[in-house]
Structure formats: C-alpha cells, structure tokens
Design a protein around this ligand. Structure first.
Ligand SMILES: Nc1ncnc2c1ncn2[C@@H]1O[C@H](COP(=O)(O)OP(=O)(O)O)[C@@H](O)[C@H]1O
Ligand SMILES: [Mg+2]
Length: 472
C-alpha cells in the first residue's frame, strides 16, 4: 500500500492541518486582543501617573512651599525600574529626569513640540534593541504657573511582559499540537485500519475465497460496510455453489436423454432393434428430445426474464379451461405414476381471469409438474379453484415430502433444490424461479407456499378476476 495516497495519511494530514490552522487563527486573534488590552492597561497606568505629576506640581507651586523638594518626591514615588519621568519647559529644555537608566533617553525635539502644541504622543521608540513606550503629554493643569510644560513618561517594562505572554502562547500551542496530533493519529488509524483490512478481505473475495470474514468492531458506517461485505460474501458463496451445481445438473439433465437417443439410434443402425419396434423407439426418442427442449427453454426463459426482456400481455381468459387442458396433457404421466389429480371448485360456471395466458400456463404447468414429481406413487394432487372478492385463487396441493421451514425462503432462488440427491433426476431448480418472476411481473398477482415436512405442500396463486366490460 502506498502511504502517500492512503486514506490514513489523507485523514491524518487534513485533521492536523485544520487543527493547527484553527489554533493559529484563534491565537492570532486572541494575541492581538490581548496586546491591545495590555497596551490599554499600561496607558491607564500612565494616565494616572500623569495626574499624580500634575498634582505634585500644583503642590510645588503653592506659595510658601519648597518647590524643588516637592518636585524631587516625584523621583521617590516613581517605580524607576520600569518607568522614567522627564519634564521639559516651553523651549523644549529638559528640566528634571527621574530614571533608573544609566543614560537618560534621547527624546526627539519634534515630539516635544507636538506636545507643546497641545497634541499628546503615544509611541514606541527603539533604545539599544529594546522597545520603550513613550507617553508625551502637555501639562495643562497649572496654566502659566508651571515652568514644566511637557511630561514624558517612558515605560521600559513593556516588551518583557509581551514576551512572556507570547511564550505562554507558544507553550500552550505546542502542548495542544502534540496532544491533538496524538489523538488524531489514533483516530485516523482507528478509522482507516478497518478499511485496510476490508480491502484485503475483498481482494480474497475477488480470488473466489469466500471463507474470509471482515471483523466488525463498530456500529457506524464502517461497521455497516463490514457487515455488507460479509453478507455479500455469503451470497456470492452460495451463488457460486449454486452455479457449480447448476452446471453439473444441466450437464446431467442433458446427458441422459442424449445418451439414450444415441443408444437407440446406434441400435437401429446396427439392426439390434427390429424394424417393427422402431416406431416405439422413435416415440421414446421424441420424448427425450422434448425433455431437452423444455430444459433449454427454461434456461432461455430465466435468462430473458432476468435480463428484463419479458413483458406481460394480460387478457381476460377462461382459467378453468386452462387447468383442465393442463391436466389432460399430463394424463399419460399420471397413468404411468399411478397418480390422481382432482380439480375442486364450488363455482358453477367457468372462471375467467385477467392475466397473460401463456405465462400463467407456464406457472401452473410448473407447479402441477412439481406436485406430480414430488408425490409418492398412487398419491393425490388436488387443484382447488375459487374466487374471493376480486381475486381468483388457485391452490395446488400434494402429499409429498414437503419443504423444511428454513428452506422455504430459498425455493424461489434459481438453481435452488431442497434435497439435492432426491431431486437430482427431475429438475434443475429453475422452475420456481421462473414462476415467481412471472407472478411478480403481473400486477396484483401473488404466490404463496405452505408446507409441512412429511405431509405435503400447497402452492397458492392469486390472480385478478377478469376485467368486466362496462355495459352500454
Ligand atoms: N411440491 C413440492 N414438494 C416438495 N418440494 C418442492 C415442491 N416444489 C418445489 N419443491 C422444492 O423446490 C425446489 C425448486 O423447485 P423448482 O424450481 O421447480 O426446481 P426443480 O423442479 O427443477 O427441482 C425443488 O428442487 C424442490 O426441492
Ligand atoms: Mg420444477
């Protein structure tokens, strides 16, 4: 199996890519929001500090106060590890610095001018590879009394905080990626491994080895597929068996008439059969050829029906008459097997049905023939004809061996025979399959079977009653 195109790789890579993409998008959005929030937080702190500076200045400029001493308290109040405070006068001259930095920051003149013009500036500047946030704001509290006109607060601790957040994000991302990748690996494998084993089993089926079974472990679509495969294998195996048996049966059914015809012709040619007996043997040969023709016709019929090439042409016709003539045709066989057929009907007049006469001839002929074939000698076959509401019900009952309950569902399958040894001589197992197909092709018709092993079998065909013409 090529790993590149395997469903496992596809599933796994899709899952991993989509989960990583989802995580990246989520963290990007979250990170931006977080950054903004952080910035806002810092700004708030700086604004508070601005107010404090203004208050201190106000105090310093009050009459009778020691201005320099008060201003120097700004240095004490300031958290100099993280912040520096610069105060400028109106010419842009630096008046005071409170800072923990070794060298004070160089602050651009134009920034100060901007603030003097009344525009505060918030910006990042780069100082020795470190980002420093500057808040430059005019000091307006004291109007003209303050010498100090511009306050600059520089924030040094911005980058480390942002960095530590970034680090946390990366760590969370790494852990999530590893954990989800493990889960997805297990999940993809769980999804694709039954498919792989099904593929192997299906390849065995293709080789004709139907013993292999798919292990069904789940109840989902994959489990159902496994069930279907197992079911398919069972069906294929039985079809395969039936096909083999069918070939054997057909060959057998063809060989016996051909062998006897061949034997008779040989005997006639070499004079073993005297001329006066020849007509009798010719009749026997005719019977044998008729058996062959029937067999071939059955085969052709089932092939055409299964290919959907058979249409039904229903008409109103006398079914009572049809049954009588079917019985009459069977007379010689009945005599030979010492069987009796009785036709039971409580209707006084003949019954008419609306169906395809030739096809129903085939249906009833097959069912009666089966009843005869499976009857013990001197047995009785009863055909009952009745009407119920708008239906005509024809039942054919014999006192033969019956059909076991568990086999009843299969008798309509082509080539199916209940007792292979018993019916070896009589048929190929196609008859009932043809019967069922024809009945199904008739709308409004149905066929049912009731059977008891050792007692006998009843096949019941229901056909629609004739379509009466509306009288004018
Ligand atoms: N009347 C019956 N009594 C007992 N078994 C029957 C009867 N009719 C059909 N069967 C069973 O159903 C099988 C299929 O019947 P059919 O399709 O007519 O095949 P065939 O007659 O060629 O064997 C028969 O082989 C037989 O086992
Ligand atoms: Mg039959």
């Amino acid at each position: 199996m090529k790993l590149k195109s395997s469903i496992f790789t596809k599933l796994f890579s899709t899952y991993v890519f989509s989960s990583i993409a989802a995580f990246l998008i989520f963290s990007a959005v979250f990170y931006i929001l977080f950054q903004n929030d952080l910035k806002q937080n810092f700004l708030n702190t700086l604004h508070a500090q601005h107010e404090q500076v203004e208050l201190t200045l106000e105090l310093a400029y009050k009459e009778g106060q020691n201005k320099d001493a008060i201003i120097s308290t700004l240095g004490l109040m300031n958290d100099k590890d993280h912040r520096s405070i610069y105060l400028f006068d109106e010419t842009g001259e630096l008046l005071h610095v409170f800072s923990g930095m070794v060298e004070p920051l160089h602050i651009e003149k134009e920034v100060i001018e901007k603030a003097l013009a009344g525009n505060p500036v918030n910006e990042f500047v780069n100082e020795k590879g470190q980002r420093i946030f500057l808040m430059v704001s005019p000091l307006e509290g004291g109007q003209d009394t303050f010498e100090e006109k511009v306050l600059v607060i520089a924030l040094h601790g911005y980058d480390p905080v942002a960095k530590s957040i970034k680090g946390m994000f990366m760590l969370a991302g790494l852990i999530t990626t590893v954990v989800t990748t493990c889960f997805l690996f297990i999940l993809s494998n769980k999804l694709s491994s039954p498919l792989r084993s099904m593929n192997l089993v299906a390849m065995e089926y293709a080789k004709g080895n139907f013993d292999k079974k798919v292990e069904v472990k789940s109840n989902d679509e994959i489990g159902q597929l496994g069930d279907t495969l197992n079911h398919m294998a069972k069906e294929l195996a039985s079809l395969d068996l039936m096909r083999k048996e069918f070939v054997a049966n057909v060959s057998h059914d063809m060989r016996s008439p051909l062998t006897s015809i061949n034997g008779f012709i040989g005997a006639m040619l070499d004079g073993t059969i005297p001329e006066r007996d020849q007509s009798r043997y010719l009749h026997l040969m005719k019977d044998e050829t008729e058996r062959l023709i029937k067999l071939v016709n059955d085969l052709l019929d089932i092939a055409r029906i299964e290919a959907g090439q058979v249409s039904i042409y229903p008409q109103n016709y006398n079914v009572s008459e049809q049954i009588r003539s079917l019985i009459a045709k069977l007379e010689p066989q009945l005599l030979k097997q010492e069987l009796e057929i009785e036709l039971e009907t409580y209707e006084e007049k003949d019954i008419y049905v609306f169906a395809d006469k030739d096809r129903i001839d085939q249906v009833l002929g097959n069912l009666i023939q089966n009843a005869i074939n499976f009857s013990p000698s001197k047995g009785l076959v009863t055909i009952r004809l009745s009407t119920i509401a708008k239906d005509v019900v024809i039942s054919i009952k014999d006192h033969g061996p019956g059909i076991p309950k568990e086999e009843l569902n299969y008798i309509w399958d082509r080539f199916f025979k209940v007792d292979k040894a018993r019916s070896q001589k009589v048929g190929t197992g196609i008859g009932l399959s043809i019967v069922k197909h024809i009945v199904d092709l008739h709308g409004g018709a149905k066929i049912e079977v009731i059977s008891e092993v050792g007692k006998g079998t009843v096949f019941t065909v229901t056909l629609p009653l004739e379509h009466k013409k509306v009288r004018e």
